[in-house]
Design a protein around this ligand. Structure first.
Ligand SMILES: C[S@@+](CC[C@H](N)C(=O)[O-])C[C@H]1O[C@@H](n2cnc3c(N)ncnc32)[C@H](O)[C@@H]1O
Length: 219
């Protein structure tokens, strides 16, 4: 398949197949969320909904948002078919419609690095706004160890435009550990792991990402 917009990719059944199982890291986070009595959760860049379906199944008050109309449509259908309740909106991470300090937990899995460094900084500022103080963020970022880092046209340091990638209509920013810590400097990082990701349960060699668990500080 050639590269396409998120709407094109999510319209394709073969592409959707890779995004139907929640990542094990998110599954393993659920007991911690329950222990902390998390109530309101927001999945930003929810795609077709594998994580918001999990969170709604676990009875959290679940919200989700994605900039792609097709993603939101597929996500709503999945929730309806599963007889689950969650509010799914269409919008950008850089300008969320949610009130300040309204979320106990924000999940943002493989989303904000589809941007420039400035776009990522704006996204994190907005995530911080909607999280309550001490609220938890689970975020993934692309690592400079990722096998795609360096391929395509570098539009700014570590940000690449690579139309040969299946999601190559969208930019990819790659971060090293210093970059990750600088981006999250206003948060308190609880854990920072670099690992290859799995898709549909299969580990994809070279798909190095950072997974960060961070807490919003009190102002
Ligand atoms: C790689 S997919 C990940 C989907 C989902 N988080 C998951 O793990 O299954 C990235 C998603 O982020 C969405 N996205 C990209 N940029 C966005 C932005 N600025 N605001 C909101 N959503 C965005 C895309 O539409 C796409 O559905």
């Amino acid at each position: 398949m050639t590269s396409g917009s998120w709407n094109d990719l999510w319209s394709d059944g073969k592409c959707r197949e890779h995004w139907t199982k929640p990542d094990p890291t998110v599954v393993q986070l659920v007991p911690k969320l329950k222990q902390e009595r998390v109530d309101t959760v927001l999945d930003i860049g929810c795609g077709i909904g594998r994580h918001v379906v999990l969170l709604a199944t676990e009875r959290f008050r679940a919200y989700a948002i994605d900039s792609s109309l097709e993603a939101a449509k597929q996500c709503r259908n999945w929730l309806i078919q599963s007889q689950l309740s969650a509010t799914v909106g269409i919008g950008e991470v850089q300008s969320l419609p949610h009130p300040a300090e309204s979320c106990d937990f924000v999940l943002c899995w493989n989303v904000i690095y589809h941007s420039t460094l400035r776009g990522m900084t704006e996204a994190l500022c907005e995530i911080e706004r909607v999280l309550r103080p001490e609220g938890l963020l689970c975020l993934t970022l692309n690592s400079t160890r990722n096998r795609h880092c360096g391929l395509g046209t570098e539009v700014e340091p570590d940000t690449f435009d690579n139309p040969d990638k299946i999601d190559g209509q969208h930019l990819h920013h790659y971060s090293d550990e210093g970059d990750v810590r600088a981006l999250l400097s206003t948060f308190r990082i609880e854990s920072l792991d670099e690992a290859e990701q799995g898709y549909a349960g299969n580990l994809l060699s070279g798909s190095w990402h950072w997974t960060i668990l961070a807490r919003r500080r009190h102002k």
